[in-house]
Design a protein around this ligand. Structure first.
Ligand code: SAH
Length: 278
């Protein structure tokens, strides 16, 4: 199986042309650089020609023309998501990890994702082995997402990722899907389509910046064959740790979005929703 340089399994592999690497300076500042034999990395400390990085391995250090030191590493998924080219706003690592758990994304799982935006959530799901079809209304975002997923995961990952330019509010063609994951303004418009596109036991999840959107989505789920609804937000507080000064950081990202999920019931007579349906 071929490996992409940006995968964790690439340890001990030399940096190659076209690869994105992270240069970290002595103050911990990070720069994402695309390696190119003719390229140069420019900062206020001077220049590092890319030829000094090509062929080196992770952990290699280089010096700029004024002697500043940079350590070269491969970006983590989180590093990449925060620094990759963006069209639409991305879902942040804080929520990407929990989405994998809440929607139970795993190798071979068939997922429909809408919309794909910049591809942050797409690459997170494709990287753990899911087979992802994206619906996206804006062509330039679809292209951005495809380019970002390819850039981080490599060509072989594209066998498990495709994007169609279409409006998910108008319907879903796929059947027997395992998961549907939404990041768009009106997820409640997708509930009726999800109910026929998912297999029984399938999971529908929506990421919504506003609690009003989450509430409306929950109301629509109430009147559907979805059960076990859950809504949560993820709070992440980083700490300042320096000698005796150990305390929470003064600033935190206080809000990104709410995660709501539910599972589709099977056509079981006497199922959980029978009383409401009759
Ligand atoms: N989760 C993405 C960001 C998605 S931004 C990421 O992590 O990178 C929301 C996207 O939904 C936008 O690209 C927008 O064009 C798309 N969108 C909005 N309404 C849609 C619809 N009805 N069908 C498909 N895509 C839609």
């Amino acid at each position: 199986m071929s490996e992409r340089a940006s995968e964790p399994s690439a340890s001990g592999k030399p940096f190659v042309e076209g690869e994105r690497i992270l240069l970290v300076d002595s103050k911990g500042r990070q720069y994402l650089v695309t390696l190119d034999a003719a390229g140069e990395f420019h900062t206020h400390t001077g220049v590092v020609p890319h030829t000094e990085l090509l062929g080196k391995e992770e952990g290699a250090t280089v010096r700029s023309t004024t002697g500043a030191r940079y350590t070269a590493m491969r970006p983590t998924l989180s590093d990449f998501v925060l620094r990759m080219p963006r069209g639409a706003q991305v879902i942040y690592p804080k929520d990407l990890g929990p989405i994998l758990m809440m929607a139970d994304i795993a190798p071979g799982v068939r997922v429909l994702e809408a919309g794909v935006g910049s591809g942050a959530l797409s690459m997170t799901m494709v990287r753990v082995g899911a087979i992802v079809t994206g619906y996206e209304i804006r062509e330039e975002f679809a292209e951005r997402a495809l380019a970002n997923v390819r850039m981080f995961l490599g060509e072989e990952a594209m066998e498990r990722y495709r994007v169609e330019i279409r409006d998910v509010y108008e319907g879903i063609d796929e059947r027997g899907l395992d998961r549907i994951v939404l990041d768009l303004p009106e997820p409640w418009q997708v509930v009726k389509h999800a109910a026929v596109a998912l297999r029984p036991g399938g999971i529908l999840l929506a990421y919504t910046p506003s609690i009003m959107q989450a509430a409306r989505f929950r109301e629509t789920l109430e009147d559907s064959d979805f059960e076990l609804p859950q809504t949560l937000e993820v709070l992440q507080r980083t700490w300042h740790v320096e000698g005796q000064a150990v305390r929470p950081d003064h600033r935190m990202v206080a809000h990104t979005g709410f995660l709501t999920s539910a599972r589709l019931l099977g056509p079981v007579p006497g199922g959980l929703k029978t009383s409401r349906l009759t």
